[in-house]
Design a protein around this ligand. Structure first.
Ligand code: G3P
Ligand code: CA
Length: 279
């Protein structure tokens, strides 16, 4: 009789959404509605992505978080750029890792987007975080190409050092498509929020909740194209925060908010804000 009672309790519990103490960053611009508006690479529909201009605009638009991508220069400085090469977003060609930070600094980083942004400086992580310190939460995405097998002296350690020097730990969440980053963060900063960006080849057949448990992360991030009913049920049953990228269409924003997204990455944080406010 007692074991039947226990079985019923377990079954009931498995259908009740519950939180496992996931930690998310504090949001200086929180509007209190429980949903997080994230400026993807800054307000990157209106200014060149991953630049001080796009991040300033994200702050002005009162996005609640901004996302940026970090790689390493040839001399090991964390720099803010999405691609493995500088080809698309500067006037030069070559791998980011083949340029020293001084060589990156002289590249034209804004004119590819619009002549209005000509002369935009190529930003380091330290410059960006110093600029927005205390004004907005930041999702630091670590690019796979800069990750090594061991944590010591690597990109995660270097980023953590900058975050700690600036004293902004409470406003930061790390993420990566490279699951080694989760291990490095668990080793170097187990208490800082981190999100796993779903990557098929490293995931096997594991469900979001199994990946979240395996890598001890606080959130599950994925493309809106990957959002199945199975994932939705699994995430909700386990009370896991989930963030969806990259959404610029109002109709899709509404649909994903209704399906329970904790936050959405958008190049147009102003549009996402107005959708949320007018639901
Ligand atoms: O972190 C969310 C999103 O930025 C991941 O995709 O390619 O824009 O880095 P990507
Ligand atoms: Ca990104």
């Amino acid at each position: 009789m007692k074991s039947l009672f226990s079985l019923i309790i377990v079954l009931i519990m498995s259908f009740i959404p519950h939180s496992q103490g996931f930690i998310l960053p504090e949001l200086p611009t929180d509007n209190g509605d429980g949903f997080i508006v994230i400026a993807h690479r800054g307000a990157s529909a209106y200014a060149p992505e991953n630049t001080l201009s796009s991040f300033r605009l994200a702050v002005e638009m009162k996005a609640e978080m901004m996302e940026l991508d970090v790689s390493l220069s040839k001399d090991g400085i964390p720099v803010v750029i999405h691609d493995e090469t500088v080809n698309r977003t500067t006037d030069a060609n070559g791998a980011v890792s083949d340029f020293t930070v001084d060589e990156l600094k002289v590249l034209e980083t804004g004119a590819w987007f619009s002549e209005d942004f000509a002369g935009e400086p190529f930003p380091t992580l330290k410059e960006v975080l110093s600029e927005v310190k205390g004004e907005i939460a930041v999702n630091i995405e670590i690019k796979s190409e800069a990750v090594k097998n061991t944590a010591e002296g690597g990109i995660v350690e270097k980023c953590l050092q900058i975050v700690r020097t600036l004293g902004i730990e409470k406003n930061i969440i790390f993420s990566s498509f490279d699951y080694r980053v989760m291990d490095h963060l668990n080793e170097l900063a187990p208490d800082l929020p981190k999100a796993i960006l779903y990557e098929e080849s490293q995931s096997g057949n594991l469900l979001p909740s199994e990946l979240v448990k395996k890598y001890k992360v606080d959130a599950f991030n994925f493309s809106h194209r990957q959002f199945s009913q199975e994932w939705e049920d699994d995430l909700k049953v386990h009370g896991i925060p989930f963030f969806i990228y990259t959404v610029n269409e109002e109709k899709l924003m509404k649909e994903l908010i209704e399906r329970g997204a904790t936050g959405i990455f958008s190049d147009k944080p102003d549009v996402l804000k107005s959708v949320v406010e007018n639901l």
